[in-house]
Design a protein around this ligand. Structure first.
Ligand code: ADP
Ligand code: MG
Length: 768
């Protein structure tokens, strides 16, 4: 970071200190109203709360609201908010992302802020890490909202349309980013205004904010409709299956893309009948198929990226480490992997609409949030969302001991080191939580532990609720739990087990033993993720330890530390390097990885931005068509004769307006889906097209803008033709008959793995 940013940080630092002392003063001032709040009967709460204007800086209303929240939460939930929780709520009301450690009670802080905003007339979405937590938090906090007469609901994957509609009508709605995002996308299928589910977005309070706003920011949410998939031709699959790494293809240093060497290209060209892969015609048709096939063989690994179960390819969500039932890869990749596994082809999807998590959040007028690791994500939060960060001190100081990293010369020695360490700790009865990077690693490690006599619980449950239940018991005496980093996030790990109170003998016994021992099996791509793992121990002043084991064979080290810079002096017996120097080298590899990701994120954002803007335009047009009489006006203007004819046949204007609406919407949506397909095709080939002097980004812009310019005329032109020719009766327009039926089978997914990332195009599909 240069001098400029240092200065920025200083200014921001000063600002945040000022904000903090303002919040502290506010909480102190609120004490003067405690008696008043205590004197109110339950029945008097709603009016007393509603009379307050929490955004009026001149009045004492914010302080009064804090007093009401303190007393109200105590009454309704049996939780008397700590001052630090109220400080957090205050900073949320101001639109910051707050940092509060794990177990400090962010749920309640978020609910207090949500209630304050709702009382100020705003409509609030609390974005939860998953469905299970959305429901848990909405139900847990409901008595508090009820007391203030603020309505609350939640959406989950299993919610019906009616339940969703009811939930979105509440003042405060809890839901995961995917469910809320999918509802925004599904509104794309509505042909009547009353079918719209998802309201105009107003405020988002994002729980585990860094994971949503930074780690998942570029992941596209996709709404797809069923069409037959394009499998790469059998001949292509066959030749690609024979290619060898190093000779025929290379894998990029970041492990995310593979490309043919000259030898490889030659072999493919020969086997496909002596074609020229890089000629115009093959660049557009054959080469993308070869790339997809190569991706399926070289980069997508069975049991790491997917498993085969019941004759189907099921994706593994790498961050959560479990099967993602409703997810598929885009385009031909799914089909290619199915072909590689010799399975029959499932239908693949045409993308009807897509939006990234970042673009979804940017639709909100106000975004704020909470997480255990906000400061470390400060740069991204500022750069991409213009968000400030406030650090809230813990209610009870942390006494967790973070031990120095232990570095080994190879993976085998690292695993042996972990097993030894876990066995020793386990013998004392101290509970151990091991955070791995993926499911395969979890299972391998559990196996090695078993050989050495330690039985571990492996977290590979089918749903969030099961995971939460298991992880909640990770603090039980003698427990050894192996889990991927994200699994069970948001679940409290109490010493002594999930129902052990803070003063119970079970709690105290485990505290005596040293609390929870957290073990990391390697550095994550960012230090922030390591901190999250460490933060699972030492909640609310509990004792605890954390230690990370790493090896120079770990992917992050191999990718980001030049070979020549490897440390030396490993113990010949254990393979462990002396403390200090090796750890410094690995830390520097991690910083390189972080820098690279920030750059990728910024680049990808630049690519996405244009398509986001185009989406906004299409959505605005869609909204007009849905909610105004415009369709009938346009019908009259474009096809006056047909309209006159229909009116003469005694078809009401109401029916005609809806007929026109459906025709215009249908073709607008088709044109948009086609545009997205075009964009995706440009994305896969831009690095080839942009060879030479143009920058890929400029070239991408030029092509995508040019194509988009044609969209309105094309959509209207086709709608006009439909209005002229389709059957229109008193029952409405028959689009099915004109073979223009809408997709009745649709599904949604998140693209967690970027199939076509290349360095040149900076990874537009997400997955940084
Ligand atoms: P976080 O999201 O910050 O990790 P949670 O909101 O899940 O924390 O809360 C952690 C635990 O702290 C829960 O068991 C909750 O009941 C408890 N808790 C939260 N606020 C209070 C409070 N004011 N007094 C007592 N316990 C609290
Ligand atoms: Mg939480």
């Amino acid at each position: 970071m240069g001098r400029f940013s240092n200065k920025v940080w200083k200014v921001l630092g000063a600002q945040s200190t000022r904000n903090q002392s303002r919040s502290v003063a506010l909480i102190e001032a609120s004490a003067a109203f405690d008696e008043w709040a205590q004197g109110l009967s339950d029945a008097e709460y709603p009016d007393a709360a509603l009379a307050l204007d929490v955004y009026d800086a001149k009045s004492e209303d914010r302080a009064k609201f804090i007093a009401i929240a303190r007393e109200g939460a105590d009454r309704a939930l049996g939780l008397r908010p700590f001052d630090v929780q109220l400080q957090g709520a205050d900073r949320l009301l101001e639109g910051d992302v707050i940092e509060m450690a794990t177990g400090e009670g962010k749920t309640l802080a978020g609910a207090v802020a949500a209630a304050g905003m709702a009382l100020a007339g705003r409509s609030v979405h609390v974005i939860s890490p998953n469905d299970y937590l959305a429901r848990r938090d909405a139900e847990w906090m409901k008595p508090f909202f009820d007391l203030l007469d603020v309505t609350v609901g939640y959406v989950a994957e299993s919610s019906t349309r009616e339940e969703r509609r009811a939930a979105y009508a509440k003042d405060v709605v809890y839901g995961s980013v995917n469910e809320i995002g999918f509802d925004v996308l599904r509104d794309q299928l509505a042909t009547r205004a009353e079918d719209l589910l998802s309201p105009k977005p107003d405020v988002a309070i994002v729980d585990e904010a860094d994971s949503v706003l930074v780690d998942e920011a570029l992941i596209p949410l996709v709404l797809a409709g069923s069409v037959k998939g394009d499998v790469p031709q059998a001949a292509i699959m066959e030749v690609v299956a024979r290619l060898r790494e190093g000779k025929h293809y290379e894998i990029d240093s970041d492990g995310k893309s593979a490309f043919l060497t000259d030898d490889g290209a030659k072999l493919v060209e020969e086997e496909l009948g002596g074609i020229d892969l890089y000629s115009d015609v093959h660049v557009a048709s054959t080469l993308p198929q070869v790339n997809i096939a190569l991706h399926a063989y070289a980069l997508v690994e069975r049991d790491v990226h997917y498993i085969v179960r019941d004759g189907q390819v099921k994706l593994i969500n790498s961050s959560r480490g479990r099967v993602a039932e409703l997810q598929r890869w885009p385009d031909g990749l799914q089909a290619a992997v199915e072909a590689k596994e010799g399975l029959s082809q499932t239908d693949s999807g045409e993308v009807i609409d897509t939006i990234t998590v970042q673009a979804l959040l940017q639709r909100y007028a106000l975004v704020c949030g909470m997480t255990g690791t906000a400061i470390a994500a400060g740069e991204q939060l500022r750069q991409f969302y213009d968000l400030g960060v406030s650090q809230i001190p813990p209610n009870t100081p942390t006494v967790r001991v973070d031990q120095p990293m232990r570095v080994f010369d190879n993976k085998g020695n690292k695993v042996a080191g972990i097993v030894d360490y876990v066995r020793e700790v386990h013998e004392t009865g101290q509970p151990v939580l091991i955070g791995t990077h993926d499911v395969a690693e979890s299972e391998e490690l559990a196996h090695m532990l078993k050989i050495s006599g330690v039985i571990a619980t492996v977290l590979n449950a089918k749903n969030d609720a099961d995971e939460a239940r298991i992880i909640a018991d990770a603090g039980t005496k003698g427990a050894v739990t192996v889990s991927t980093q994200m699994a069970g996030r948001g679940t409290d790990i109490k010493l002594g087990g999930h129902d052990a109170g803070d003063e119970s003998p079970e709690h105290d016994e485990v505290a005596e033993l040293g609390g929870l021992a957290v073990v990391g099996t390697g550095l994550h791509d960012t230090e922030r993720l390591d901190q999250q793992l460490r933060g699972r121990a030492g909640r609310q002043g509990d004792p605890g330890t954390s230690v990370i084991f790493a090896s120079v064979e770990d992917p992050i080290v191999e990718r980001h530390l030049p070979r020549g810079r490897l440390p030396g002096g490993a113990d010949p017996e254990t393979g462990e390097f002396p403390r200090g120097k090796a750890a410094d080298l690995l830390d520097s590899a991690q910083r390189v990885a972080e820098g690279g990701m920030l750059e990728t994120h910024a680049n990808t954002w630049r690519y996405n931005q244009l398509v986001n803007q185009q989406r906004d335009l299409v959505m605005a047009r869609r909204h007009t068509l849905l909610t105004t009489e415009r369709p009938l006006d346009d019908f009259a203007e474009l096809e006056p004769e047909r309209l006159a004819e229909l009116r003469e046949a005694d078809i009401s204007d109401e029916v005609l307006e809806q007929a026109a609406r459906e025709a215009f919407l249908y073709h607008l949506d088709r044109a948009w889906a086609e545009h997205l397909a075009f964009v995706s095709e440009v994305q896969t080939t831009i690095h080839l097209r942009a060879l030479g002097r143009q920058s890929p980004l400029d070239e991408f812009h030029r092509l995508v803008i040019e194509e988009f310019r044609k969209l309105p005329d094309e959509a209207v032109g086709r709608a006009r033709e439909t209005l002229r020719e389709a059957e229109i009766t008193a029952d409405g327009i028959d689009l099915d008959d004109a073979d223009l039926g809408r997709n009745t089978l649709t599904w949604t997914y998140m693209v967690h793995d970027n199939p076509f990332a290349t360095k040149g195009m900076a990874n537009m599909f997400g997955m940084i």
